[in-house]
Design a protein around this ligand. Structure first.
Ligand SMILES: [Zn+2]
Length: 493
């Protein structure tokens, strides 16, 4: 009994004390709690993750957060099967309602993932910057917005996302829930606060995705928001490999901002601890996000510009450039010997049209320089001829693949046409040069494999197998076909 009374007293004192603390002190408390060894790295789907959920839920209850759905913050889910019993992941979702009779039906979503990678071997990955920092920040953003809710015109949805680290499951779940509730098109802006604890070391706060906002300078400039924070507006999220909870929202066509102080912290290392966090910076970032959210909630007209990052949204028709090297071999179907390949190069324009989910039509218009060696009769290579060709080459393929935004992989099959602009034989030692006539119109089969990363970049391996003859001769040189292998790197605008 005595123990219970003591516990109740301690809880009350603790509750009172957190309310009386300054925002900076509260941020520190949240962060040290979420990133403490006792939460063992908050891995998604574990009891450690649940303890983080409990902490955030308790904070929300104390600050008077209103649940968005079903009188309950919790949105349990398992991957791709929302609201199932036995769910092992859990988002928390709350709302701060706006005051404008019309605009309050529109939403600004602010989210931070609270999960991290847990324990590996005997090492606890506390994930202080990733993302106890964002989770703590959004807790205090929410507290301030609840206090200032009279200033909000649009409503603000606050999310604590689970299972970001294992594939953005929490934010994907949130998007499907918004869709199920017919609210997705009412979301006018989404902010993901992920890794915001290293402001000083980074030198500025990054707002990635400013070009998705119509009036980004007016809306995001710190001096217009009464903040002395250094803010760098990054037009679009462009990181090749890292993704954050903005992704499912951006893919749904929503304007998004990834709020971060970058990758300065010991990213996904056990050293990412609470004592390394810049609490002063975190405090100022919290104030900046509050001011920005209030301003965005009051903004008349469209918040979204309609532009989306390439990594989030690939248009139906795309154009790009590519460059690479090739390896051209002459094959002699009627002879016992083979040519010897040399290196050439190619560069040009890529055109791509998305036919359906899994099919693309792809064409290149390339300047191609190929170079190979062709032995004359049984001469050693040293006595053979070199041949080079310059051509405009147009390989066209139908590509089958997985084309996710930000990542794709394909195989393609088609044909090519090459218009030869010039070519020559040379060398041959004591042999006389053949009387030749290089075929001006060449064609054949083409197949390729490729990967696409981060929206813009594509790496391709291609093989062109010529059907007609490379050249005609009248003095005994056997007929040959070209076989060209190439590797190229492309960039879509
Ligand atoms: Zn993260």
């Amino acid at each position: 009994m005595k123990k219970t009374i003591l516990l109740i007293a301690a809880t009350i004192i603790c509750g009172v004390s957190i309310a009386q603390d300054t925002q900076r002190q509260r941020l520190e408390k949240h962060l040290y709690t979420l990133a403490s060894d006792s939460l063992r790295g908050r891995a998604a789907g574990t009891d450690d993750g649940r303890r983080a959920t409990d902490y955030i839920r308790q904070q929300w209850q104390r600050m008077g957060m209103v649940p968005l759905w079903n009188n309950n913050y919790d949105d349990p889910f398992i991957k791709n099967q929302p609201m199932s019993s036995g769910s092992n992941f859990c988002n928390l979702v709350g709302v701060i309602e706006g005051n404008d009779p019309v605009l309050k039906k529109e939403y600004i979503v602010i989210g931070a993932h609270y999960d991290h990678v847990g324990v590996k071997g005997d090492k606890i990955y506390n994930g202080a910057d990733d993302n106890a920092s964002g989770s703590s920040c959004v807790l205090e953003v929410a507290r301030q917005l609840i206090k200032k809710k009279n200033e909000l015109k649009r409503s603000v949805i606050i999310c604590a996302f689970d299972a970001e680290e294992i594939g953005l499951y929490g934010s994907t779940q949130m998007v499907s829930q918004l869709k199920a509730h017919n609210m997705l098109d009412k979301v006018k802006l989404m902010l993901s606060v992920d890794m915001v604890g290293w402001y000083n070391a980074n030198g500025y706060l990054e707002m990635e995705g400013s070009k998705t906002i119509a009036d980004s300078k007016e809306l995001l400039s710190p001096d217009k928001l009464g903040s002395d924070l250094k803010v760098k507006l990054v037009p679009f999220e462009n990181s090749l490999f890292t993704a954050t909870d903005t992704e499912p929202f951006a893919e749904a066509g929503i304007a998004t901002l990834a709020v971060t102080t970058g990758l300065k912290s010991p990213y996904h290392k056990p050293e990412d601890d609470a004592d390394l966090i810049d609490y002063d910076g975190l405090n100022r970032i919290t104030d900046y996000i509050v001011a920005l959210t209030i301003k965005a909630s009051q903004h008349d007209g469209n918040i979204a510009s309609g532009n989306l990052a390439k990594k989030h949204h690939q248009s139906k028709f795309e154009i790009g450039v590519s460059a690479g090297y090739n390896h051209c071999n002459l094959e002699y179907p009627d002879a016992t010997f083979e040519g010897k390949p040399y290196l050439g190069f190619q560069s040009g324009i890529m055109l791509q049209y998305k036919i359906s989910k899994n099919f693309n039509l792809h064409a290149d218009v390339l300047y191609s320089y190929t170079h190979c060696h062709l032995p004359f009769a049984n001469d050693a290579y040293s006595q053979g001829f070199g041949m080079e060709q310059h051509s405009i080459m147009i390989p066209t393929t139908l590509q089958l693949g997985i084309f996710k935004t930000g990542f794709g992989i394909h195989i393609g099959l088609g044909c090519y046409y090459a218009r030869v602009m010039g070519g020559d034989f040379y060398g041959g030692g004591s042999n006389t040069l053949p009387v030749y006539d290089i075929n001006k119109n060449q064609f054949g089969l083409v197949w390729n494999i490729g990967i696409r990363i981060g929206g813009h970049w594509q790496l391709n391996g291609t093989n062109c197998i010529q059907f007609n003859k490379t050249f005609n001769t009248t003095n005994g040189l056997p007929e040959a076909n070209e076989n060209i292998y190439s590797v190229s790197l492309g960039y879509y605008f």
